[in-house]
Unconditional design. Structure first.
Length: 207
């Protein structure tokens, strides 16, 4: 039985147009995200087989396969909800999230420029993320390489931008900056604020 399942999109494929094309959304969700879900479940099945047989020669590879595919599943599951059709969420963060962005980035404009440059500077495949740091009790902007590499433990993502080519190439070709600029039009600040509130509440006292 599958442990992980592909979640439904919370909107139609075309809901984010003209900023993200329907063709991209369908391929991204139905093909790429689905492949990560299948890969994570396959890795778990093969680990179970290895335990049953007492043959752990491939365990190192299987653990890496699980980490990569599970990273892809989790990242995309957040990414879909981090977006919403234009006009269905505030254009900018509000309340406690807005205050935190002001505190840690000197205002929304500074944060947005920081995030943009972080995203455009990713070499190869990866994600740009706004995260809550449970140790420093602050917001940080960080790059995540591939699907699971290099993000320090204790950084809880609240906003994620997929910078893999499959997320934008059909529409924006190799012009990353146009994709990043367009994406701000569909950021679901309601979802980001909810994740921010939960991250702060759930991580108090962990470190």
């Amino acid at each position: 039985m599958a442990v992980y399942n592909l979640p439904d999109l919370p909107y139609d494929y075309s809901a984010l147009e003209p900023f993200v094309a329907a063709e991209i959304m369908q391929l991204h969700h139905d093909k790429h995200h689905a492949a990560y879900v299948a890969g994570a479940n396959t890795a778990l099945e093969k680990m179970a087989e290895a335990r049953d047989k007492g043959d752990f020669a491939a365990i190192n590879k299987l653990e890496k396969d699980l980490a990569f595919n599970l990273g892809g599943h989790v990242n995309h599951s957040v990414f879909w909800k981090n977006m919403a059709p234009k006009g269905s969420a505030p254009e900018r963060p509000e309340g406690e999230l807005s205050a935190a962005i002001d505190e840690f980035f000197g205002g929304f404009d500074g944060f947005q420029k920081h995030f943009n440059e972080n995203a455009k500077a990713i070499q190869g495949s990866g994600w740009s993320m706004l995260v809550w740091d449970i140790l420093g009790k602050r917001l940080n902007v960080m790059q995540l390489f591939d699907q699971q590499g290099n993000l320090p433990v204790g950084q809880v993502p609240v906003l994620q931008l997929d910078m893999w080519e499959h997320a934008f190439y059909l529409q924006y070709k190799n012009v990353k900056a146009d994709y990043v600029d367009a994406w701000w039009n569909v950021v679901n600040w309601n979802d980001v604020a909810e994740r921010f509130t939960k991250a702060k509440a759930q991580t108090d006292g962990l470190i």
